[in-house]
Design a protein. Structure first.
Length: 282
């Protein structure tokens, strides 16, 4: 059935088949299906006990309190279905059907009057339940064994033929020593292109830093030590700056001033230091 969608579009049902990539939503009118055509029976069982266990597990029934009437009816439906599909039924399936019918009749028919006063006999379902439990244990064990890795199924032995070294012919290069020398020279030349280029920080000359400090002090003001140091220059910059300050102090071009112990350190030109009448610390 074709129904319109919420947006007015026509919604088609899923195709029933695809032939050469073309979907078909309806069977052709002239399609002939013979009466003995192949039908697929998906549920296959290894025996009547397997079929009974499948019926019990499918409906989540208690195997110890087996509803024999319900199970017998469903078992007979499966047997009739397999007969209708022209499947060969083993004799054990029919034997199980007869046994289920016997158990069903024993449960439904009333007991004879002469047996009413006697003790109740064994439940006719006990033998069937015992066989089902035993079959289930063997089936679970077989499934665990089948899940183990198996040779030629999950594990394959690697096999390969050894190479035929006799078929290989040694190469005889037809080159001269001059050609080899030229090729080696080109290889060595290309090898230099793969050397790592190391970027190093440019060294700061001490004299240049001394000139920079004098230029800063020539503006007529004193400088603190923090104003002379540059964080971007790192340890090397700190070392060069201290060497430059010590060299300027040695040449008596600047004064190193400190007003109190552990106080801030200032720098000034030698003339300014004398005029300021500050304490001097070398």
């Amino acid at each position: 059935m074709i129904a319109p969608g919420a947006t007015g579009e026509v919604l088609l049902p899923p195709p029933i088949a695809k032939v050469l990539g073309k979907p078909y939503h309806e069977l052709p009118q002239d399609l002939f299906i013979p009466p003995d055509a192949l039908e697929v029976f998906l549920d296959t069982f290894e025996g009547p006990l397997d079929l009974l266990l499948y019926l019990i597990r499918r409906q989540q029934l208690d195997i110890l309190n087996l509803p024999i009437l319900q199970i017998t009816a469903q078992y007979m439906e499966y047997v009739e279905l397999m007969q209708g599909l022209n499947l060969e039924l083993a004799a054990e399936y029919l034997l199980m059907a007869a046994w289920l019918a016997e158990i069903k009749s024993r449960l439904l028919l009333p007991k004879a009057p002469e047996l009413e006063d006697e003790e109740e006999g064994e439940d006719p379902r006990v033998t069937l339940i015992r066989r089902l439990q035993e079959y289930e244990r063997f089936k679970l064990g077989a499934e665990r064994v089948n899940a183990l890795p198996r040779l030629e199924r999950e594990i394959f032995i690697a096999t390969a033929l050894p190479p035929d070294f006799g078929a290989l012919k040694p190469l005889a290069p037809d080159v001269s020593l001059v050609e080899l020398a030229l090729y080696m020279q080109s290889v060595v030349k290309r090898a230099t292109h793969f050397e790592h280029h190391q970027i190093r920080r440019e060294q700061i000359p001490t004299r240049v830093r001394m000139a920079e400090i004098l230029a800063m002090l020539s503006l007529g003001q004193t400088l603190r030590l923090e104003q002379v140091l540059r964080a971007e220059e790192g340890r090397m910059g700190v070392l060069v700056t201290f060497l430059a300050l010590l060299e300027l102090c040695k040449e008596q071009l600047i004064w190193i001033l400190q007003a109190e112990p552990l106080g801030p350190i200032h720098f000034a030109l030698a003339e300014q230091g004398e005029e300021g009448n500050r304490g001097v610390a070398h």
